[in-house]
Design a protein around this ligand. Structure first.
Ligand code: SF4
Length: 472
């Protein structure tokens, strides 16, 4: 029977066990480590008012003295802040300008085609229409990202896209950030000029030392071209206008330290440890259970090494950890579409494919390349409202939030995690998904548990480092 001796009220919270403690998390992601048995005492009303425990629970919005308007306003403001990534609606607009590529990456998720293939480039009229759709977004800050295939194979399309956007945007007035995603194997002077003139940010990929990078690219000599172009781009655009992403192939899993060191050798101070996703070519060739178990070990070893480097005085950031920790340690949201609720699809990202169709995410257009058009939202010639608020978007909205899907709705990590109907469909055959057998869930749960263990066991040592990553 619930006792109300201390007459406090409960606020919504979730909990789990980390080591021999209880981790209690409130509705906005504030957390408390407490001794085992605390939750039982909290809900039975037996926490004594005159204790530090009571004050901790009160300050973390796990309990309150009474329900009132002021408290409600405070919590509402906190929730609004956490969900402020929704304020402007879709901010990232991906343009797949071509499906052609000059590499043969072993994990290619974009089902890229040979560089000489025909009919795999975006038509100018589709590109113009896609730009018009992009500029209809209510978001005043837009990121326009050029992808492939390999976008550097179509410099004239990149140039046209920028010039047309500048032209159309004269009457709209949005702030546009241009990003070109490229392997920089053959990064021409023409593209360099364009990047310099229009402040284009270069997003590239580096998978580690020469042997790993070349093996993952499926083409020998890639690494040497990469380094040559990197130096040219840095010299012209500046050190910080190019940044790489790392994809962890099966081979990479054995080289956590070497991969981090390869980034340091090229004067990068940031790495984002990214697992493979089960799309495109990557889907066919791995035992995913085993892969994610090994990736977790790889992640822990790399992170441990990176923390050690920081302890020795070197500033070097692990991007995935920094993002998750920002969710855990601050009231603010992050711009990482994989860990959003409501999901990143449509709310934050949309893809205009080379063939004139619009998809709700990069992964969904990759699935379309294998003949599955489930997540096609429409054509670039359709009305904005029909694409972004149409029947498919509405149907997706019923399954795209951790707050209301089974498994996530009562998970202690709900506030830090994300919903992904596309991944659910791709791996489990339906949009809703089944958390107990989901590898996405298993992997992220393991990461959250590991990071909370770090906070609990080594907080004094690692939190100052991670706070620098977040706030610098
Ligand atoms: S996916 Fe798993 S870890 Fe993430 S919120 Fe849902 S149940 Fe929790």
């Amino acid at each position: 029977m619930i006792q109300r001796n201390n007459s406090y009220r409960l606020l919504p919270f979730k909990f789990t066990h980390i080591g021999n403690k209880e981790l209690i998390v409130n509705e906005v992601g504030d957390y408390l480590f407490m001794p085992n048995g605390t939750v039982q005492r909290v809900i039975s009303g037996s926490v004594n008012r005159n204790t530090e425990e009571y004050r901790d629970l009160l300050s973390k919005f796990i309990i309150c003295d009474s329900y009132n308007d002021i408290l409600q306003d405070v919590i509402a403001t906190r929730i609004r802040t956490k969900k402020s990534f929704l304020d402007g609606f879709t901010s990232l607009h991906i343009f797949v300008l071509t499906l052609r590529c000059n590499q043969k990456c072993v994990y290619c998720q974009a089902t890229s085609q040979n560089k000489d293939c025909v009919n795999k480039d975006m038509k100018i009229e589709d590109l113009n229409k896609a730009i018009s759709l992009m500029l209809k977004s209510p978001n005043p800050h837009i990121t326009m990202e050029f992808q492939g295939g390999e976008s550097s194979l179509v410099p004239s399309l990149v140039e046209h896209a920028i010039l047309e956007t500048e032209r159309q945007n004269k009457s709209v007035g949005k702030e546009i950030k241009y990003v070109i995603c490229t392997n920089i194997i053959h990064f021409s002077e023409e593209l360099l000029n364009l990047c310099e003139k229009y402040n284009v940010f270069v997003s590239t990929s580096l998978d580690g030392p020469e042997s790993i990078h070349d093996s993952n690219r499926g083409v020998s000599g890639s690494y040497k071209h990469f380094v040559d172009s990197l130096l040219r781009i840095r010299e012209r655009l500046g050190q910080d206008r190019i940044s790489p992403l790392m994809t962890t192939s099966v081979l990479s899993l054995n080289y956590p330290i070497e991969i981090v060191d390869s980034y340091r050798q090229l004067s990068f101070h940031y790495i984002f440890l990214r697992p493979l996703n089960p799309y495109g070519r990557a889907k066919e060739n791995e035992d995913w259970n085993l892969y994610f178990d090994k990736f977790l070990e790889f992640y822990k070893k790399s992170l441990d090494y990176i923390l050690l480097l920081n302890k020795r005085g070197e500033f070097f950031v692990e991007g995935f950890t920094a993002m998750v920790m920002k969710k855990i340690l601050t009231p603010f949201p992050i711009g990482f579409v994989d860990l959003q609720s409501p999901a990143g699809i449509i709310n934050s990202v949309v893809v205009y494919n080379y063939d004139g169709y619009v998809y709700c995410s990069d992964e969904s257009r990759m699935m379309a390349e294998s003949g599955d058009f489930t997540f096609r939202l429409g054509k670039v010639s359709d009305k904005y409202e029909d694409i972004f608020y149409g029947k498919k978007a509405q149907a997706l909205s019923r399954v795209w939030a951790t707050e209301y899907i089974a498994g996530c709705s009562d998970c202690a990590f709900q506030q830090y995690c994300g919903a992904d109907p596309v991944r659910n469909y791709s791996t489990q055959g339906d949009w809703y998904g089944h958390r107990p057998s989901s590898l996405f869930c298993k992997f992220h749960k393991a990461v959250f548990e590991y990071l909370f263990e770090l906070i609990d066991r080594r907080g004094n040592e690692v939190l100052p480092i991670i706070r620098r990553w977040i706030y610098d």
